[in-house]
Design a protein around this ligand. Structure first.
Ligand code: HGY
Ligand code: MN
Ligand code: MN
Length: 416
């Protein structure tokens, strides 16, 4: 058994390498929603799903779905999976590992000609990171039935609307409302994902169950002052949009340092007109604000919005504060998570459940059904970075835990 698992794990690692080389950019891994790179990756995963005895299809927004049949008719479906899109200059395991570990378990069932008393669908989500349209969970929100139709008018950096991008990719925006899964026919959702943090490595644990997925705000903030000559404009007369943005950025970082558990990140910055001898007239930045406790996150949001208003009044700058997305903290479902704990215990692994500081598709799917997540140790907790890495031994353990999770769930279903 162990030898087989190790070869499954080795195959997962090879596949991560292969998919990790499919990028929109030559020198680094960037794979946004509904791009040719995503189509290429879907083609590879589709062929692997077919070889594992699965039927496959693209849903209306472009999620790739692989279905492995149940042993009996009239049975419910367990959803597995994660996302295939990436951030910019990404690592090759964030999301992808979860899809491939789920697929490896199906391959092992298929190789034993074994079917369980429920169907299994592996969902390879089309967009979790939100890199192209600055809105996360586009794929999983369609499955959960929470997709906001107004998002279809969002345009990307090239002016292409989300609606058009879905059409160009072969999806059907008009069919999105009908893609919502029926909660009564779904048993639950389980996602395997790299931890993207340093705790499992510090604990010397290969895997652990996830307790919750952090709540977050995604905000776009614009500061509008007055462009002007860098040489002739006296400092006291300037309406420098970047100086206002910089003061705000420091205030956000200071508040996060002062508030235990709060993280604030400014990852995107656009300065206009963008010439070294022109005072910036317009600046737009992104603010990512997270905390496991919703009340603290909301309070920080309010404090920072007030601070931005105060800075802009004092500097005679116009402020535009756009909260693009707000997600509350989501808790994994105890009974489904318990089956993961049982599966870990079967293999003599014990590790305290861990709260996730990263967002995951499971947070969106929690609007549809019970959710559970398994974290896999990653080197030095590095993620959203090309140095992201996992050990094949830990991938083998994750495959074995997920496989035993399936068998525990099968027993639970049969005992009903
Ligand atoms: O931002 C996140 O936490 C996730 O990687 N989308
Ligand atoms: Mn990510
Ligand atoms: Mn991810």
């Amino acid at each position: 058994m162990m030898l087989q698992i190790t070869s499954s794990a080795a195959q997962v690692m090879q596949r991560c390498d292969l998919l990790g080389a499919i990028s929109e950019e030559p020198q680094r891994l960037t794979r946004r929603f509904a791009t040719p790179a995503m189509r290429q990756v879907n083609e590879h995963v589709t062929s692997w799903m077919h070889a594992a005895g699965m039927q496959t299809w693209l849903d209306p927004i472009g999620n790739l779905v692989g279905r492995y049949p149940a042993s009996t008719m009239q049975s419910k479906t367990l959803l597995l999976g994660s996302h295939l899109d990436t951030v910019r200059d990404a690592g090759k395991y964030d999301g992808i590992l979860g899809v491939l570990v789920a697929l490896a378990c199906i391959e092992r069932l298929h190789s034993r000609q074994q079917n369980l008393p429920f169907g299994i669908e592996v969902l390879a989500f089309a967009d979790e990171e939100g890199l192209r349209y600055h809105n996360t969970y586009l794929g999983s929100s369609v499955v959960a039935g929470t997709f906001e139709p107004t998002l279809l008018t969002l345009v990307d950096a090239d002016g292409i609307s989300l609606k058009q991008a879905i059409r160009d990719f072969g999806g059907d925006p008009d069919a999105i409302p009908f893609a919502k899964r029926d909660r009564h026919e779904v048993l639950g959702y389980c996602e395997v994902h790299i931890e993207q943090g340093p705790v499992l490595e510090a604990r010397q644990s290969p895997v652990c169950v996830v307790s919750s997925i952090t709540g977050m705000y995604r905000i776009s903030i614009s500061f509008t002052g007055m462009a002007g000559h860098a040489g002739t404009s006296p400092m006291e007369l300037r309406r420098d949009a970047f100086a206002a943005a910089a003061e705000f950025a420091f205030a956000a970082e200071t508040l996060a340092h002062m508030t235990p558990g709060l993280v604030a990140t400014i990852g995107q910055l656009d300065i206009q007109p963008g010439a070294s001898n022109v005072i910036p007239g317009h600046v737009t930045l992104s603010l990512d604000l997270r905390h496991q406790q919703d009340a603290i996150r909301e309070q920080a949001h309010k404090r920072l919005r007030n601070k931005a208003t105060e800075i802009c009044q004092r500097r005679h700058i116009d402020l535009d504060w756009q909260t693009k997305q707000a997600n509350d903290t989501v808790f994994c479902t105890p009974n489904l998570s318990h089956l993961l704990t049982e599966a870990m215990r079967d293999l003599n692994y014990e590790s305290e459940p861990l709260a996730s500081g990263a967002g995951h598709d499971a947070a969106a799917i929690a609007n549809l059904t019970n959710i559970a997540m398994l974290f896999v140790r990653c080197k030095a907790g590095i993620s959203h970075h090309p140095a992201e890495s996992v050990q094949v031994e830990d991938v083998a353990i994750a495959i074995e835990v997920l496989e035993r999770f399936l068998l525990h769930l099968a027993k639970q279903v049969e005992d009903v």
